[in-house]
Ligand binder design. Structure first.
Ligand SMILES: NC(=O)c1ccc[n+]([C@@H]2O[C@H](COP(=O)([O-])OP(=O)(O)OC[C@H]3O[C@@H](n4cnc5c(N)ncnc54)[C@H](O)[C@@H]3O)[C@@H](O)[C@H]2O)c1
Ligand SMILES: [Zn+2]
Length: 387
């Protein structure tokens, strides 16, 4: 037998830009992004895919984009008219949507230096990112995130995905974007529930990585709930920075190992989203997932019960739920139905379970299993206090 093995690594870098007024005629943010590749042929060709929820909330946006393009004639052009996708989880569950985007790229002779520009929330980002990763084995994606959750979390990382069957994100790839643009001017039109979603991911990452940020969140809980844009912009930037730092320096950007710190609170969240037929938003499910794992961690002696109470109170102060009745639902075998989420998470990780839990506030630990009796107690505790 002969074995030849080479080792190689590929470096990735992409900018995450925080700005206002992206499609103002004089705004140079996109010019700067497109100009990062000096060798790209002119004109830059773009396929803009827009979340229908964004179009409805910003009816002047298509016209603003048209004016922006006119001012750049010869330098930037659309490969096809703007394509609109339904926003929300439906985008990731709808049959044929990826094929539709791939077909569009094919029909417009899309090249690897052309760019998909996804304007929307995390769901639209996930779908467009997935389609773009398939075309020519990966063409460029510029993510213009329009929700608090996508600006802080979903749209700044390296993952994409669509749902399949009852399994969320069953299909997907790791594909770093070409650039990420977080324009705070999109956020004021978000419905209250969507506005709060990003806060859940901020609490998640603060609990396991940054106790000072957790204190900041406490101090700004009222402002955040009352829709203070300055406070939200700071939350978005701090959360995005923590996510990016983890991806860049955590040693496992493409999640080859079992540990998934950024999935703290998510094993149950993904399951609850599906169990509620996506009536719970991702952020709401994450808030409940955090509450459950905090209660579990307190019962397991990983942190004082007062820390659990404090974090759950923070989530509630920000207007997020920490309980839903599906948490107490039981299957025909009498076991909590949410436990299926642990099995799915184990399957997703490749067979060995690894759940991130807080180790005090601002630090984390990983456990290889979760005690079912303790989880029962954690659910009972949340029900008693917050149902
Ligand atoms: N790839 C990742 O790493 C990653 C990480 C976390 C979450 N996610 C995914 O992100 C998705 C959730 O994304 P989300 O929370 O951004 O919400 P979303 O994409 O589901 O959008 C929620 C709703 O807001 C609307 N909307 C978007 N922007 C708007 C605006 N500016 N004004 C008014 N309405 C607007 C949409 O049309 C939609 O109806 C989930 O599918 C989740 O699994 C992915
Ligand atoms: Zn999440």
């Amino acid at each position: 037998m002969k074995v030849v093995e080479e080792r190689f690594s590929v470096a990735f870098a992409y900018p995450v830009i925080f700005c206002r007024g992206l499609f103002g005629e004089d705004c140079g943010v996109l010019d700067e992004v497109l100009g990062r590749d000096a060798e790209a042929p002119l004109p830059h060709r773009l396929l803009i895919v827009m979340d229908q929820g964004v179009r409805a909330a910003h009816p002047g946006l298509p016209m603003a984009i048209a004016r922006w393009l006119t001012a750049r004639q010869g330098r930037v052009e659309l490969a096809a008219p703007i394509e609109y996708l339904p926003g929300g989880e439906f985008a990731k569950r709808q049959d044929g949507v990826v094929g539709k985007l791939v077909k569009l790229a094919y029909q417009t002779h899309f090249g690897r230096k052309d760019a998909f520009v996804a304007i929307g929330g995390g769901a639209v980002q996930d779908v467009v990112g997935y389609a773009a990763a398939l075309v020519h084995r990966g063409c460029r994606t510029i993510r213009v995130n329009t929700t608090t959750l996508s600006q802080a979390d979903a749209g700044v990382g390296v993952k994409n995905g669509v749902d399949y069957g009852a399994c969320k994100n069953f299909l997907g790839t790791f594909a770093p974007p070409f650039a990420v643009i977080n324009d705070a001017d999109f956020l004021p039109t978000l419905p209250d529930r969507e506005w709060r979603n990003g806060i859940a991911e901020a609490v998640k990452v603060a609990v396991i990585k940054d106790a000072a940020f957790l204190d900041w969140l406490w101090a700004h809980a009222d402002a955040l709930r009352m829709r203070d844009l300055e406070a939200m912009a700071e939350l978005v930037e701090r959360t995005a920075r923590l996510h990016l730092a983890h991806i860049a320096n955590g040693g496992d950007a493409f999640e080859r190992g079992a540990a998934r710190p950024l999935d703290f609170g998510h094993w149950s969240a993904h399951r609850l989203e599906a169990m509620t037929c996506y009536q719970l938003t991702h952020g709401e499910a994450v808030a409940i997932g955090i509450a459950l794992d905090m209660a579990y961690a307190a019962l397991a002696g990983l942190l004082p019960p007062a820390d659990c109470t404090r974090v759950v109170a923070l989530l509630r102060a920000c207007g997020l739920p920490v309980w839903c009745d599906e948490l107490a639902l039981r299957g025909t075998d009498g076991r909590l139905a949410v436990l299926e989420g642990l099995r799915q998470f184990r399957e997703h990780l490749g067979g060995r379970l690894c759940v991130t839990l807080p180790d005090g506030l601002g630090a984390k630990t990983e456990v290889g299993e979760m005690d079912e009796a303790l989880l029962e107690r954690a659910v009972a505790l949340l029900r008693e206090r917050y149902a």
